[in-house]
Design a protein around this ligand. Structure first.
Ligand code: ADP
Ligand code: MG
Length: 355
């Protein structure tokens, strides 16, 4: 069973950036307005996420990394917070099978924090405790002085998967992947502060500060230092599909000016030019990407890739619940109708802009 879990976990958590994505989503679900990420060796030695969210209840700590442990099902009716991707309570559990997890957490209004460590789905004795083993879970959890919020450390990722460990030791692209994820989440969550630091570097790798009334477009400007005012259009859709469900979409899409400006500027724009969130989760969908590129080619007569940021909200039942968290490609029901609606709105927006 342990071996099977270890292999399955390695499929859910394929690389440091996929572990980080799960941690950021948890911090956002906890209502955080501040998320700090700290890396040691591209996240392989340590990936630390500190947030100022609601914290984890003491009574939830013993089973935190057990499979299917989630505190979120009771909020199932809360559309904004829902992850529709089935597989609840799988992330921390999976991470614990391929790393060593340390959690320090304090709930809001509480005077004291707690520290707990996990391996292979289970609460383990803290490395700071003396060796006299204590079987009592309550005693494995150590009271500590802390502040409200949660800090989760993932150490020695893939220590028990030698071949994967080797492949990441050779590769040094992971920090870029991590930064890409943070950029995307900070664009989709403009009210949240994000900061990324690295042990080996004095200056932060990334900072996005909160500003009053900040929106996604301002974040795009801040992150890519492109002047967005005349280079982007706002795409907004609020419509009932098939007389049965609500499709909501907010997005920023580049216009013709954008292509002229971006030609010789930063190259990381090119890599991050298609950002899609469905129900607050960063996902990929090849069909949408292809159709959008086609529309740009048709209407703006350009072969360059546009910059697209879309935040799509659909009823949970529309998003395929059988999709596994490791599969970033997401499918949804009524896909043709949903895509047609988005593409028609985009076409109209671009045409009006040209006139
Ligand atoms: P899920 O997010 O699907 O519930 P996870 O394995 O990602 O499952 O997390 C398990 C549980 O741990 C969550 O339901 C939540 O109660 C708690 N949790 C994890 N991270 C945080 C955090 N940063 N702040 C508050 N609670 C958290
Ligand atoms: Mg989660």
């Amino acid at each position: 069973e342990q071996v099977i879990r270890k292999i399955a976990a390695g499929e859910v958590i394929q690389r440091p950036s996929s572990a980080l994505k799960e941690l950021i989503e948890n911090s956002l679900d906890a209502g955080s307005t501040y998320i700090k990420i700290h890396l040691k060796k591209e996240g392989m030695n340590m990936l630390r996420v500190i947030d100022n969210g609601c914290g984890i209840q003491f009574q939830d700590l013993p089973r935190l990394c057990e499979r299917f442990t989630t505190s979120k099902l009771s909020k199932y009716s809360d559309l904004k917070k829902i992850t529709t991707f089935g597989f609840r309570g799988e992330a921390l559990s999976s991470i614990s099978y391929v790393s060593h997890i340390t959690v320090i957490t304090q709930t809001r209004g509480s005077q004291i924090g707690y520290k707990a460590e996990y391996k292979n789905g289970e609460l383990v004795q803290s490395r700071s405790q003396d060796k006299k083993t204590n079987q009592d879970d309550q005693i494995k959890i150590i009271p500590v002085a802390s502040i409200p919020g949660t800090q989760i450390d993932i150490e020695n990722l893939f220590y028990n998967q030698p071949s994967r460990l080797r492949s990441f030791q050779k590769n040094n692209q992971e920090t870029q992947k991590i930064l890409h994820i943070v950029r995307c989440y900070s664009i989709n969550n403009p009210q949240v502060n994000f900061i990324v630091t690295q042990e080996e570097k004095k200056l932060p790798l990334f900072i996005c500060k909160y500003s009053f009334n900040a929106n996604s477009l301002e974040r795009i400007q801040e992150i890519y230092s492109i002047f967005v005012q005349k280079s982007f259009l706002n795409l907004q859709i609020n419509t009932i599909i098939d007389q049965s469900f609500l499709l909501q979409l907010e997005g920023c899409v580049s216009n013709l000016n954008y292509f002229n400006k971006v030609k010789d500027s930063e190259k990381n724009i090119k890599k991050s030019n298609f950002i899609l969130f469905i129900n607050q989760r960063l996902v990929e969908n090849k069909k949408i990407k292809i159709q959008i590129n086609k529309i740009y080619k048709e209407i703006l007569k350009t072969k360059d890739h546009p910059f697209i940021f879309l935040n799509l909200i659909l009823p949970p039942e529309c998003v395929d619940v059988n999709i596994h968290p490791s599969k970033k490609q997401v499918q949804f029901l009524q896909e043709d109708l949903i895509l047609a609606t988005i593409m028609n709105n985009l076409k109209t927006l671009l045409m009006n802009h040209l006139c």
